[in-house]
Design a protein around this ligand. Structure first.
Ligand SMILES: [Cu+2]
Length: 65
């Protein structure tokens, strides 16, 4: 399981947006976004580049710390 820290989330809409962004990445499964801790966890069914994750999160309007 991978754990990343995400900056900029403030409400349920942010959680939904980040969840959708992560679920849209090939190989990412079991996405769980924790608003209170500003974290997201996911499982890699195939290796996933952190750069791709950063890029998708950024495009959704948030930053991976
Ligand atoms: Cu929000």
């Amino acid at each position: 399981m991978k754990r990343i820290t995400i900056k900029g989330m403030s409400c349920g809409h942010c959680v939904a947006a980040v969840t959708k962004a992560l679920e849209g990445i090939e190989g990412v499964t079991d996405v769980n976004v924790d608003l209170e801790n500003g974290e997201a966890t996911f499982t890699e069914a195939i290796p996933v580049s952190l750069e791709v994750v950063r890029d998708r999160i950024r495009k959704a309007g948030y930053e991976v710390d």
